[in-house]
Design a protein around this ligand. Sequence first.
Ligand code: ADP
Ligand code: CA
Length: 434
Amino acid sequence: MPQRPKLVLVGLLSKFPWVYEAAERAGIDLILVPRGDDSPEAARRARAVVELLPLDIEGDPDGALAALAERYRREPFGGIMAGNEVAVTFVARAAAQLGLTGLSEQAAAVVRDKRSMRQHLREAGLAVPGFVVVEDPDGWTDALTLRFPVVVKPANGHSSFGVIRVDDRDGLEQAVTRTWKLVESHLGGYDGLATEARVLVEEYLDGPELSAESLVHRGQVRVCAISWKGELTGPYFEETVLRAPARLPAEILAAIEAEVVGAHRAFGATAGTTHTELRLVGGVRPVVLEMAARIGGGGNMHYLTHVSSGIDLAAEAMRLYLGQEPLCWRAEPVPSGHAGCYLVPIGAGGRLKRIRGLDEVRRDPRVEYVVQTAAPGSELLSYPDWSGNPAVVLSRHGSDADTKAFHDHLARTLRVEYEDQVRADPDHIRGETP
Ligand code: ADP
Ligand code: CA
């Protein structure tokens, strides 16, 4: 009997079931490099996981790479895939060294830095907002040349951590200082690459936000699903809802696809799965915000894609990293409905007591997944700090209108309750990567 393929999955929380379930469906065995904050018992029990391989990819990337290569020498595995943003660089390095399919190290460096993403998009002739890189906190005055409102953000951030909209020149210095502090205390050097703190200021793109999930096989990009994230106007940008498929005219969908495909070319992303975020300026003109060269949202973007397009995104991605052609390259998948993702907002923040209404949501027949990421007792901070949404609800519906109505219902009925309010201390930071 042929051996089942083995794939190394790096840093995907075992609480997020989608990729693990997809591996089981696809007959792929997983060697899991658990995230530092995962529970070893839960990681061991996750579906399709046949082996745990603890590696300190953040603290000692060289040592981690050597240990991974040693594991490969003992018994080769077929591929390696990143489960979170911090793992992207390490996984690209490992794939290059072991001769496995994946993002090149150059492309990984490009997509891990928003400044270089902007520069590559601009050089490729794609749409970019005006932007300025602030190299030290006093350099904020360089950004006064931009058209306001602007958005201040870390060059190597994630999850809207430290991202602040500023409406006029008066608020700029304070926002840059604030983001700078967050970058220094939280993001600096966290993947062994981003040792320089840097802040980006860019012109505000006015329009609804979208997400595009893609597969790239031998340089050929397939945009599998486009999701609607709605109007996020700031000053902080907490994602709350996604609905797929996005209800848009065919010519706008085509323009979004063209921009996403162009971004892959511009970044040199020729293999793997990606999560691209865009704004639709004026409701019509797509502009890329950024690309993550990994599965989006810990795999919840797999769910939106699977339901709305029929493409088993996580399984296809794993096949791809194993060096195989995705099945959807030959057989046209069939969409099975509309999907919703509701990220329960943090609200005021504090020590989590409970999420009132969540048990009822679990019993709702439209709901297919409820994942509570924050346990009672954990401390949640509201934006612009970041400590993760306390729970996510994924549901299936017959129409976009039904999905929206359900999300409105969740917004009215779910209540995050805290023991106490957190101290309003800007230096008190605690965050987790997605
Ligand atoms: P992160 O890595 O923190 O997710 P993003 O660049 O995606 O960084 O920014 C987070 C959010 O901030 C975006 O999803 C978007 O809502 C908002 N945002 C960022 N840049 C802009 C911009 N130029 N115009 C409008 N909104 C923006
Ligand atoms: Ca983002």
